[in-house]
Write a protein that binds this ligand. Sequence first.
Ligand SMILES: *Cc1c(COP(=O)(O)O)cnc(C)c1O
Length: 460
Amino acid sequence: MHYISTRNTKKKSSFREVFLNALSPDGGLYIPKEIPVFSSKELEELSKLSYKDLAGNIIFKFCSEEFSEKEVREIVENSYKNFRNENVVCLKKYDQNYLLELFHGPTLAFKDIAMQIIGNMYQKIIKKKNNTINIVVATSGDTGSAAIDALKGKNKINIFVLHPKGKTSDIQRKLMTTVNDKNVFNIAVNGNFDDCQTLVKSMFTDIEFKNTVNMSGVNSINWARIISQIVYFFYAYFQVINKEEKKINFSVPTGNFGDIYAGYIAKKMGLPINKLIIATNQNDILKRAINQGEYKIENVIETISPSMDIQVASNFERLIFNTNLKNDQDIIEKMKNLKNKKYFKIDKNQLNKIKVDFIAESISEKETEKYIYDFYDKYKYILDPHTAVAYGVLNKVSCEGTNIVLCTAHPSKFPKAISKVLGIQPKLPDNLCNIMNEKENYDIVDNNLFKIKNYILSKI
Ligand SMILES: *Cc1c(COP(=O)(O)O)cnc(C)c1O
């Protein structure tokens, strides 16, 4: 399988390049030239597999030039051995809707599912290479802790995590900053998440700097994260379709558009998902883009679902590419407009294509709190604020069939929001109950590309 860039369809890249570069040197995102499609007979076979066997099958499709089937199986096995659930995820039914819990990994958010795979892929690839890799990543809270857990203590890998100072929850920060391994560096940036993401993107497109530090990335633009996330759309679909003879929709709490884009790829691979529901908080750029045809950056609003406080949804570039007949020149034009004028337009034709697969809706803070309250009142189950957004939008959209809501974080990661609404503190899993008392390690750096680069250079 070859990969191309959304901004250059002529140049071919291997899985290893895609994995290590994360962002293509032309600033575009990598995408497979052809997406593999399963026949209905193959889908039937896949539906009988355990989560881990399914993961092995799906992930192998995308990286068979780099890893043998056996290696992929080892990667999967190692990645999920510390999860609190044998089948990685957990599906629960409440009235007509299903909740798909994705937070049973070490740092309590769905990002562990992909990040652990990435960590183990690095380890295998690095054995075939000589020099130390420096991973630089921006986080709004959950990516950072997941990446640190997946990479801490690994040989010949350093990890630098940029988080927006004071804008993550205390537990999110603690999960990052209390890790003591020598290869972990936390940077609190005086800015918001979009600033962090812009800094990281600038370093990736500065080829000289990137080569000097042998830089690599694990942000949600890394294709390996997408392929690891495709798996649970298949798994959940197979579980539910056995019980419900209906159309199946997924409601996904969305920020950078990585998770829901994995659902889209699952559909392109032949999984007959009905609709993918893009659920956002008040940072609703995706809703405005899809409903009005203008992708326009506005100021970021801080909410109780901070991992979705994003205006530039990086992976959306991939969808734009998939729905414009893979026209790289059009992407370059649109991204130039985004940079210079803070918006680009999507024409009617393309919007209609997007609407075949997607519905976009957002809810307010008040509504989010109401859904956390109501759900607990009814079922004694605590929705984390991100999940509550995805559950809440179901009441605003109309689409046929059964809904699966992706539960992206454990509620104990957001105790302030939960205790404000419910008056109770959600309990942390046992192995994390001391974390609030542990010593933190991080450095504060200005929102300044030069200073961030110097910081990284001084540590390697
Ligand atoms: C990262 C994150 C999201 C958003 O996922 P994207 O792939 O960026 O759209 C939603 N909820 C939680 C809890 C997250 O950590």
